[in-house]
Design a protein around this ligand. Structure first.
Ligand code: KIV
Length: 274
């Protein structure tokens, strides 16, 4: 794999650019964001794709699962993120029950996200089961990203956050699901918490890119939850998260110092006053 980014420079990242990156063997770097300031840092630092993930239920709202976040809340966060972005592609997660009732409702809700936020596309969890919805949505001009493997919206059905696709039958089904999404017109697929060998086979079998999270090094791109990689979310330490900073400690220390300065009457000084 080459290391240079195909998208260096001010060019806007589109589904076409993302597809070309796979074709040229350039890795796709993705992170989640839920707010304006974080999204601006990610864009300034050269991220290719920002996902307004429904993981905001966990890391932003403090919920136990992703299920409670609503479509209106996703739209609110997506609008803040999109205001910050010049270059990256922004994809918005369709939250639980915004597309499960029937395809028409999912299609209409995807349209709402596009109209109200200015996002570059939406993400649905599921494979063969949602291929008709993906087809309808793509036909209307809305780019769709799929999500297979550990799909957190189905956590109550699975019962645990253990890896998926570990048996030959599960691995075969994952490949069928990935093919169904590609055929339905998805521009890319997130593969979450599946064996690296299974992710490699899927990535090689598809023309569209795979974006891995806990799916090993052979995917065409990688995504992490931004709060995990910055060391802000301390409740969860899966082995697939590489922590690039310890912002939780930086914040705690800064706040401790501020509290001490206020109490010791060291803040504000004359220079900090009018
Ligand atoms: O919601 C999310 O953050 C996601 C990523 C983990 C891929 O779906």
């Amino acid at each position: 794999m080459k290391t240079a980014a195909v998208t260096s420079g001010p060019k806007k990242v589109t589904t076409k650019v993302i597809g070309l990156m796979k074709e040229k063997g350039h890795r796709i770097a993705c992170l989640t964001a839920y707010d304006f300031l974080t999204a601006r840092f990610l864009d300034q630092a050269g991220i290719d794709l920002v996902l307004v993930g429904d993981s905001l239920a966990n890391v932003f709202q403090g919920q136990e699962t992703t299920l409670p976040v609503t479509l209106d809340e996703m739209i609110y966060h997506a609008k803040s993120v999109i205001r910050a972005i010049d270059r990256a592609m922004v994809i918005v997660d369709m939250p639980f029950m915004s597309y499960q009732v029937n395809d028409e409702e999912g299609f209409r809700n995807a349209g709402r996200v596009m109209k109200e936020t200015g996002a570059g596309g939406v993400k649905f969890e599921g494979g063969e089961r949602i291929s008709n919805l993906v087809h309808m949505t793509v036909r209307a001009g809305i780019p769709v990203m799929g999500h297979l493997g550990l799909t957190p919206q189905s956590i109550h059905q699975f019962g645990s956050y253990t890896p998926r696709g570990s048996t030959p039958a599960e691995a075969r089904q994952l490949l069928k699901d990935a093919k169904a999404l590609e055929e339905a017109g998805a521009f890319g697929i997130v593969l979450e918490k599946i064996p690296a060998a299974v992710a490699k086979k899927i990535s090689k079998s598809l023309t569209i890119p795979t974006i891995g999270i806990g799916a090993g090094p052979y995917c065409n791109g990688q995504i992490l939850v931004v709060a995990d990689m910055l060391g802000l979310y301390e409740d969860f330490h899966p082995r697939f998260v590489r922590q690039y900073a310890n912002l939780a400690e930086v914040i705690r220390k800064s706040v401790r110092d501020y509290v001490k300065d206020v109490k010791d009457e060291k803040f504000p000084t004359e220079k900090e006053s009018y």
